[in-house]
Write a protein that binds this ligand. Structure first.
Ligand code: BES
Ligand code: MN
Ligand code: ZN
Length: 503
């Protein structure tokens, strides 16, 4: 989808009289009150909108729409879509986004190729125009996303609406152009993240992720990529990471992305993404039901790649390192077994009591590797535990960390972006649960507090820097009807990085 800003000079009356549009979207409040643009349209059409709304043609419930196939008085506007905004007091982020989603859905496959939104004038009161625009773009992009790589009919399934323009008054234009450019970049990142997570495990292998990273670097002058092969990882003594890979025919890859566009001496932020391209559970094999969904166990890796794509596209002035340990977790004659003891890159030994707790086994070596960048902060993203989904469902990502300021700033970015996280405790109390009779620690802590014990495990490898962990097992993926990747937590982390870059 293509997005643009259309500047309105002078008054709505004149602007709308001369507007060329496939479809103009205007808003109405449930009490019949019209927004300024809708009022202008009403005036031009001799009171048509008022007649329709008082007559009851539009159900006065937030998000309900009425498509008017032609309106007199606006010769070059082919159609008008009236959308009920709900009350101004109840218009918050979620509803704001839904207005765009509902509008787009009402227009798909009706021959509308380009839509003009005159809704920014009705943006939520607690939101800047720029933020409102950003959220609108991301909502539209979400609603028009299709994953057709593996469908024979790619054309027929495409949404008809290809272009969206936002009508804005001249005074705000510059800030809005910036916001538009930023949200386009984020949308590109979200799309990449979704595409990768939706791509099946027979295609999206560790090597596929590595090639994707290399393609990103080829398109950018500020991004370089290095791929560590199995032999390199052996040399680094990443024994924990390698132990997960040993059951698979797919060679492991360790992807290092390096984006430098901030102050030369500024310590980088390091993003770490779990890249298990398929998680069968290994010898601790998962049950068959929904096992197909474990192709998205590289959702953290996909998010890191999406974030780098967005950051490079908007040329964000930050220094950013991305680390993606990538493996396939499979059972075989050579696979890691319950009871095996492995030595991590940090030197700490781990008794593997369950080969399905593999995410932490690959992340711990990446987190140790992160030390060499002397990072300002490290954020890891991982589809780490089913327990996180049980604790929090799919609304927020689970958030745990060793630095309260970092955690607070991430929580805040979650609220602003609408891609929320929720903190879980990471007290010392939980460390006891990881005791092993034979090694420095076990890789599981039992059934209770599974999301927390997983993070407690990781915390043993993150003592050298401020660190936060996002458990995205629930948020990276929709189950059920809408089965597929969500692109989260790209909007959250982008918001956090942008806020940081502004400081
Ligand atoms: N990739 C899974 C976690 C997961 C589960 C992600 C469901 C998305 C949806 C992870 O590797 C895993 O298997 N975790 C185990 C840990 C357990 C063995 C301690 C889990 O959550 O059951
Ligand atoms: Mn697993
Ligand atoms: Zn996993």
């Amino acid at each position: 989808m293509d997005y643009s800003i259309h500047r309105i000079e002078n008054h709505w009356n004149e602007a709308l009289a001369s507007l060329h549009s496939d479809c103009l979207v205007v808003g109405v409040y449930p009490n019949g009150e019209l927004t300024p643009s809708a009022a202008a349209l009403d005036h031009l059409s001799g009171g048509m909108l008022t007649r329709l709304t008082t007559r009851g043609d539009l159900e006065m419930v937030a998000g309900k729409t009425l498509l008017i196939p032609s309106v007199s008085g606006v010769m070059n506007t082919e159609r008008v879509l009236l959308v009920c905004l709900g009350t101004a007091e109840e218009l918050k982020l979620k509803r704001w986004k839904s207005l765009f989603t509902e509008s787009l859905n009402a227009l798909q496959q009706r021959g509308v190729a380009r839509v003009d939104f005159a809704l920014l004038e009705a943006a939520p009161q607690d939101m800047s125009q720029a933020d409102a625009l950003r959220h609108a773009v991301l909502a539209l992009d979400e609603a028009s996303y299709r994953f057709l790589d593996f469908k024979s009919d790619k054309i027929g399934a495409l949404p008809s609406v290809q272009q969206a323009a936002f009508l804005v008054s001249a005074s705000d234009e510059e800030a809005l152009e910036t916001a538009l450019a930023q949200s386009k970049a984020i949308a590109l990142g979200v799309e990449l993240t979704k595409n990768l997570a939706n791509t099946p495990g027979n295609v999206c292998t560790p090597n596929f992720l590595a090639e994707t990273a290399q393609q990103l670097a080829a398109q950018s002058d500020t991004l370089t990529v290095e791929i560590l092969e199995q032999a390199d990882m052996q040399q680094l003594e990443m024994g924990s990471l390698l132990s997960v890979a040993q059951g698979s025919d797919q060679p492991p890859k360790f992807i290092i992305l390096d984006y430098r566009n901030g102050a030369q001496d500024a310590a980088p932020v390091v993003l770490v993404g779990k890249g298990v391209t398929f998680d069968s559970g290994g010898i601790s094999l998962k049950p068959g039901e929904k096992m197909d969904e474990m192709k998205y166990d590289m959702g953290g890796a996909a998010a890191v790649l999406g974030i780098f794509k967005a950051v490079a596209a908007m040329r964000l002035p930050v220094n950013l390192v991305g680390l993606i340990p990538s493996v396939e977790n499979m059972p075989s004659g050579g696979a890691l077994k319950p009871g095996d003891i492995v030595t991590s890159m940090s030197g700490q030994t781990i008794e593997v009591l369950n080969t399905d707790a593999e995410g932490r086994l690959i992340l711990c070596d990446a987190l140790t590797y992160a030390e060499r960048f002397q990072p300002a902060a490290v954020i890891d993203m991982a589809t780490l535990t089913g327990a996180c989904v049980i604790a929090l469902a799919r609304a927020p990502s689970g958030l745990l960390g060793n630095n309260p300021e970092l955690v607070q700033s991430i929580l805040k970015a979650g609220e602003t972006s609408g891609d929320r996280a929720w903190e879980l405790p990471l007290w010392d109390d939980y460390q006891d649960l990881l005791k092993s009779n034979f090694a420095d620690m076990a890789n599981i802590g039992g059934r209770e507090g599974g999301a927390i014990t997983a993070a407690a495990f990781l915390s043993r490898f993150t003592k050298a820097y401020p660190w936060a962990h996002l458990d995205i097992a629930g948020t990276a993926w929709n189950s059920g009807d809408k089965k597929g990747a969500t692109g989260r937590p790209v909007p959250l982390v982008m918001q956090w990085l942008m806020a940081r870059a502004e400081k």
